[in-house]
Ligand binder design. Structure first.
Ligand SMILES: C[S@@+](CC[C@H](N)C(=O)[O-])C[C@H]1O[C@@H](n2cnc3c(N)ncnc32)[C@H](O)[C@@H]1O
Length: 330
């Protein structure tokens, strides 16, 4: 199997550079991923993972995982896997430092391609780094916690770097211009993020009977719960799922989406058009006869073949500013 940053993460233990957890110790693991079972860490780790596909993988491998650690208990040490989002990395280090006992080890690991050097510099400007090593295109470094060091970096709320966190995406905006009263019945929003498209749907049509949001990022879905009026006339369902593997069909009349082409914010995997194709096929499998998919995508993403083989009719409604809006009829 291809080795990656999570294999690098356990190397300092295998090499005897850090004493592994023992006895009744509890270590925190932020942006957790399932570690090699032979390494024997399972019973010591409290894993946090908000991205559903990774969360499901952790559970399947027998790790104790939650989407968000809200307890303030003290841990004996911490592991952190870094992501593409610097603000999340910094906040995870600060969070770990606030919950690990003084003198406990905090071990940070990430791929070279995702800015681990900058994070190491950020940490190194605040605390003495004990040691580091590099393997499988990843670097890990560790330091002994003194609890106070990162206190000044604490922030309200959770940095999440979710899609379009700083305002609506241009493609999504273009898509909403095609929302109107013809959208009716049971409606779904695939990869709903913080609910921008769902909110626009509720404003554009009075004929929606129910609205279901499907989203893999826990914090994004939590933001959508705050964004949308749950006391309004339209019942709204919020589903934290991996659309690729956990979706259960419902007879939707309309599905809207701006499908992802990244495997989650915290992954270093390359962009992948297959994700969008799976979203399209899943939408097609769920829509009723005559039901419609209304989607936007970067104009260069190759979805046409998938669309024409899964739908009876495919029409391009707009091609503007690098985005295409497509309406497909089942
Ligand atoms: C391009 S964003 C669109 C977000 C929102 N609909 C908007 O227009 O602003 C795609 C969304 O799909 C989510 N996503 C990625 N992989 C997913 C999966 N396997 N299952 C469900 N949602 C996923 C991402 O977290 C992200 O919020």
């Amino acid at each position: 199997m291809k080795q990656d940053r999570k294999d690098t993460l356990i190397l300092p233990f295998e090499k005897g550079l850090i004493d592994p957890p023992t006895g009744s110790e509890k270590w925190l693991f932020l942006n957790a991923a399932s570690l090699d079972a032979d390494a024997g860490f399972k019973q010591f780790l409290m894993c946090e993972q908000g991205f559903r596909p990774e969360f499901v993988a952790l559970e399947k491998a027998g790790f104790g995982a939650v989407p968000l650690i809200e307890s303030t208990e003290t841990f004996d040490g911490a592991f952190i896997l870094t992501s593409r989002v610097r603000a999340v990395n910094e906040q995870n280090i600060q969070r770990a430092a606030s919950q690990v006992k003084a003198g406990g080890v905090i071990l940070v690991c990430g791929e070279k391609a995702t800015g681990i050097a900058a994070i190491r510099k950020w940490v190194g400007s605040r605390v003495e780094i004990t040691d580091s090593l590099s393997k499988h295109h990843a670097v890990c470094f560790w330091f002994k916690n003194d609890v106070e060091t990162f206190a000044a970096d604490a922030q309200e709320g959770h940095a999440n770097g979710m899609f379009s966190a700083s305002g609506p995406d241009k493609g999504s905006e273009l898509l909403t211009r095609h929302f109107d009263n013809r959208i009716k019945g049971k409606v779904a929003d695939f990869g709903a993020g913080w609910g921008y498209l769902s909110q626009a749907l509720l404003e554009a049509s009075e004929r929606i009977d129910s609205l279901d949001l499907y989203e893999a990022e826990w914090l994004a879905l939590e933001a959508a719960k705050r964004e949308l009026n749950q006391d309004g006339p339209v019942p709204i369902g919020f589903h934290w799922i991996d659309i690729q593997s956990e979706f259960r069909k419902k007879p939707f009349e309309w599905i809207v989406m701006n499908p992802p082409f990244h495997h989650g914010l915290h992954s270093s995997r390359a962009p992948d058009a297959q994700l969008g194709r799976t979203f399209i096929q899943t939408a097609a499998s769920s829509l009723v006869k005559g039901g419609k998919l209304l989607m936007v995508a970067n104009r260069n993403l190759p979805y046409e073949e998938t669309l024409t083989s899964a739908f009876r009719k495919v029409v391009k409604l707009a091609d503007d500013g690098g985005y295409k809006v497509i309406e497909a009829t089942k």
